[in-house]
Each structure stands twice: as structure tokens, then as C-alpha cells.
Design a protein around this ligand. Structure first.
Ligand code: HEC
Length: 144
């Protein structure tokens, strides 16, 4: 009789322990999951190496200067003064390539022109694209 009592007591005790243990486990705070870092950089920060001057003009300049450089892009209506019309022959002759580069790199405000003309500092190290833009602007000036 005594041994059965002890056995029962031991069984009850071990069940209690198991219950307490599993309860304790589920109540324990889970370790915080490691934060998932997903890099989302703005598109401008990492332009594809294959981006040409024509791509840059289409994406960054045409909205104001127009697809054909006539200063008639969709955003031009709201601007005063208007974006430069590259087909203006007198203007073409009045500016040097260096002046154009300075305006493109540092923006209109840096050369005493409209601050609406934005700076493109990233092109400073992308000389092929910058030279290509100058050529495009000059070509718009001679296109009939
Ligand atoms: C938000 C509109 C806007 C965008 C975008 C823009 N421009 Fe302009 N740009 C202007 C305005 C406005 C002027 C006229 C500034 C003035 O005459 O005071 C101008 C003037 C110029 C001029 C003439 C400067 C001069 O000496 O008369 C050049 C060259 C030029 N932009 C090149 C570019 C190029 C290249 C891009 C793209 C990389 C570009 N612009 C993007 C608005 C814009």
C-alpha cells in the first residue's frame, strides 16, 4: 500500500513538473527575430553603367526641356523663366561648352539663372554622359 501511495505521489509530482515546465516554456519570451535589412536605394544613386546621355536626357531633362529640346516639356508650363529652347541659334552661339557643363552640374542658381534648373552633381564623375549631353544640346541647335 505504501509503495503504491509513493508511486502515485511521484507520478502526480512528475506530471505537475511536466505541466509547469511546458507552461514555463510557452510563457517564456521568444528571442527577437534578427531584423531583416533590405537595401532600398533611390534609382538615381546607382544608375546602370550602361545609362547613356540620351537616357539621362530623356529621364532628367526632357520633362522640362522637351523631348526635342524646344523647352516645351510637360513641366515647362509651370516655369518662369521657361527652360532653355536649345534650337535658339543666337543662344547657341552665346554660350560655351564650359558654361553649359557648369549649368548642368551645379544648377541654374549657381550661374545666376533660374533655380528651377536643377544641379546634377553625380555627372561630375560621369564625363562621357556629360559630354554626351553637351553634344545632344548642340545637335538640337542645328536640327532643322
Ligand atoms: C525642372 C525643370 C528642368 C529640368 C529637369 C532641367 N532643366 Fe535645364 N533649365 C530649366 C530652366 C527653367 C532653365 C532656364 C534658366 C534661365 O534661363 O534662367 C534651364 C536652362 C538650361 C540650360 C541653359 C543654360 C543657359 O546658359 O542658358 C541648359 C544647358 C540646361 N538647362 C540643361 C539641362 C539639362 C542637360 C538637363 C537634364 C540633365 C536639364 N537642363 C534639366 C529647367 C530645367
Amino acid at each position: 500500500m505504501t509503495s503504491i501511495k509513493i508511486f502515485t505521489a511521484t507520478l502526480a509530482y512528475s506530471m505537475l513538473l511536466t505541466a509547469a515546465c511546458s507552461n514555463g516554456e510557452s510563457a517564456a519570451p521568444r528571442p527577437a527575430a534578427a531584423p531583416v535589412v533590405t537595401a532600398t536605394k533611390p534609382a538615381e544613386a546607382t544608375p546602370p553603367a550602361t545609362e547613356t546621355a540620351a537616357d539621362v536626357f530623356k529621364n532628367r531633362c526632357a520633362p522640362c526641356h522637351g523631348a526635342n529640346g524646344l523647352g516645351d516639356g510637360p513641366a515647362a508650363a509651370a516655369l518662369n523663366p521657361k527652360p532653355r529652347n536649345y534650337a535658339d541659334a543666337a543662344w547657341q552661339q552665346s554660350v560655351t561648352d564650359e558654361q553649359l557643363k557648369k549649368t548642368i552640374l551645379y544648377g541654374g542658381a549657381a550661374v545666376g539663372k533660374s533655380a528651377a534648373m536643377p544641379s546634377q552633381p553625380d555627372l561630375e564623375s560621369r564625363t562621357a554622359v556629360l559630354d554626351g549631353l553637351i553634344k545632344l544640346i548642340r545637335d538640337f541647335g542645328t536640327a532643322k
